[in-house]
Design a binder for this molecule. Structure first.
Ligand SMILES: Nc1ncnc2c1ncn2[C@@H]1O[C@H](COP(=O)(O)OP(=O)(O)O)[C@@H](O)[C@H]1O
Ligand SMILES: [Mg+2]
Length: 274
């Protein structure tokens, strides 16, 4: 692609424009970190995704909205390798073809997903959950009981602060509120230093105060990570989104600021007209 020579040996290449590219690194020099082009997915002849094209910029916090059945979950399944599209292309940066990779390889490359239900370990403390996420990522389950380096401890402490759980550091996760568990799980994803985070309905079941803190957390993560949030709650979307993409019947209906999409007659039709 673009004069880049594929090479499995981790060597440095020159692109046609003369820039150096290190194999395996995510090349975002043109802006986007995710490229989906003309992606279609059919289930028994029904098109869950229909020639969808979507570009997510590096460091951006993007919200995806759309009525039930619009294809939001299927889109996340395609990006993470769970579902293979019938047609189209999906690239991570300029050079990494996600359709050539399986789910674990995509996760390893730095694209992670937070599902709706938190899956933290109730019997472990907040700190231990994060420790586990760190070690699981490094593929060192067998060294679970080895001591953490000072650097690793600092990293865990830093994540605990980011997710606002410093005062609950040594609490067992089982006694945390629903919202706190969701933040802990986001923290566990952060331990893996993801480049892209896909977050499906993060505020479902949260209290008003938890919703506000979740908005702050997601806003604080943009820039360092590219985040794609699927959410139904429009007030929440308004509080975090600079750019909103509206999906409908497997395609992008429109994109823009919250005000732009909410005033778009096609969007109003889709949500109210039925
Ligand atoms: N595994 C599947 N088999 C058959 N149909 C599916 C499957 N997954 C999703 N669909 C259909 O594809 C459409 C899009 O689904 P989905 O991506 O879950 O939408 P959303 O998350 O926006 O509500 C829906 O009509 C859904 O019924
Ligand atoms: Mg869904």
């Amino acid at each position: 692609m673009n004069g880049f020579t594929q090479n499995i040996f981790g060597e440095v290449h020159k692109t046609s424009s003369g820039n150096l590219v290190v194999e395996g690194e995510v090349d975002t020099r043109h802006g986007p970190i995710l490229y989906l082009e003309d992606v279609s997915v059919s289930f028994d002849g029904f098109k869950a995704l229909n020639n969808m094209s979507l570009y997510i910029d590096a460091g951006e916090l993007r919200c995806l909205i759309g009525p039930n059945g619009a294809g939001k979950t299927t889109l996340m399944d395609v990006i993470t390798g769970k579902t293979r599209p019938d047609t189209g292309s999906v690239f991570f940066g300029q050079t990494i073809d996600l359709l050539q990779m399986d789910e674990p390889a995509i996760a390893q490359a730095g694209i992670c997903r937070k599902f709706q239900k938190p899956s933290v370990f109730d019997a472990l403390t907040v700190f231990e959950n994060l420790e586990l996420a760190l070690k699981a990522d490094k593929g060192t389950w067998q060294t679970l009981f080895h001591r953490l380096s000072g650097e690793q401890r600092d990293r865990i402490d830093q994540i605990i602060e980011t997710i606002g759980l410093s005062s609950c550091n040594h609490y067992r996760a089982g006694i945390l509120s629903h919202g706190q568990k969701q933040w802990l799980e986001i923290g566990m994803l952060l331990m893996q230093e993801p480049k892209v985070m896909l977050v499906d309905e993060p505020i479902a079941g949260m209290t008003h105060q938890e919703i506000e803190r979740t908005a702050e957390l997601l806003l604080s993560l943009q820039g360092q990570h590219s985040i794609v949030v699927v959410e139904h709650d429009m007030e929440f979307v308004r509080s975090i989104a600079s750019k909103v993409t509206v999906l409908h019947e497997g395609s992008v209906l429109t994109e823009g600021t919250m005000d732009e999409v909410q005033n778009d007659p096609r969007v109003i039709q889709v949500y109210l007209g039925g």
